[in-house]
Write a protein that binds this ligand. Sequence first.
Ligand code: KG4
Ligand code: ZN
Length: 357
Amino acid sequence: MKKKTIILGIETSCDETAAALIEENSGQIPTILSSIVSSQVNVHKKFGGVVPELAARSHIEKIDLIVKKAIDESGKKIEDIDAIAATAGPGLIVCLSVGLNFGKAFASSLIKPFMAVNHLEGHALSPKLTTKLEYPYLLLLISGGHSQFLSVQGLGKYKRLGTTIDDAVGEAFDKTAKLLGIEFPGGPYLEKYAEKGNPERFILPKPILNKGGCNLSFAGLKTAVLRVSKEIKNKKDKYDLAASFQKTIEIILNKKTEIAFKEYKKINKNKNNIFVVAGGVASNKKIRKVLTDLCFKENFKPIFPPLDLCSDNAAMIAMVGLEKFKIKNFDNFDHPAKPRWPLDKNAIFLKGAGVKL
Ligand code: KG4
Ligand code: ZN
């Protein structure tokens, strides 16, 4: 019997050191043989955010152990690995360099192909680890560093329909959580606070809701939360602000997704309407519910990766590696780490103060 392809994925773009082995399955959904994620939350907690130097040091301390654990838990041997895929960007350069260089050195020593992977493409293809998914599809990528609508035409083929012009959704969640005194990273806890509060208590702004197509903006919302947070006196106030913030995000994402559906249909006429939501914020249960309801209304098929594949992991990096491996799209050992690496290289850079829509 022909040996099935096995890919080792490595991820160190931010504050998670991760390694995973996946096995191809004759064109069906691949099998995740192992997926190890070592979070650095405790390293960064007291600083209220990721400290790049400490993150890089922590990756260096752990990368070999995490890769070994992933191989051990997979039940396979080092010789069974057919190729190595490592995240090369976007992310913190000092962090990216650790996994990227480890991956190159490992591939070189095993004399196996090496593939440099775009972290965002990892999120984009993450549902393929659990669902049969054909191109094209509409992707909403919502994470700590990115918020974008993309038409995914194929491997490496993306058309950006909309993006944030300032903060990412995850960033807005984390900053709001910080103002409420919730420990870093606050996003998941903020969701829990919100469940106990009154979403109608505070009226918060919804920047560019009715202009700028499906582009997004969260900076004004953050400023408003800062203002309101100064009036917070007790736990109930905190729950109410969390609930009002969560509700505001739901309204923004609902409206912008509606616009994105229209734009997607214009460029993908007569195709299956599939809507994938990926990235850390896609684990938010209420956001999943609101966007699922919208899909049913608008005749789109919703696909959300399971929670452990929404946040950063290396199985999604191995998934991109597997697709690249199938078409022999290998990279050289001089492939650089890329702190900025947009999926749609033709899309104009919109982020930053003073952007006019
Ligand atoms: O994709 P991810 O793990 O890392 C990046 O590539 O950025 O996303 C992390 C982000 C953080 O901002 C985190 O607070 C947010 O996702 N997040 C959530 C939830 N779980 C994670 N935000 C809202 N609700 C959640 N349940
Ligand atoms: Zn990510």
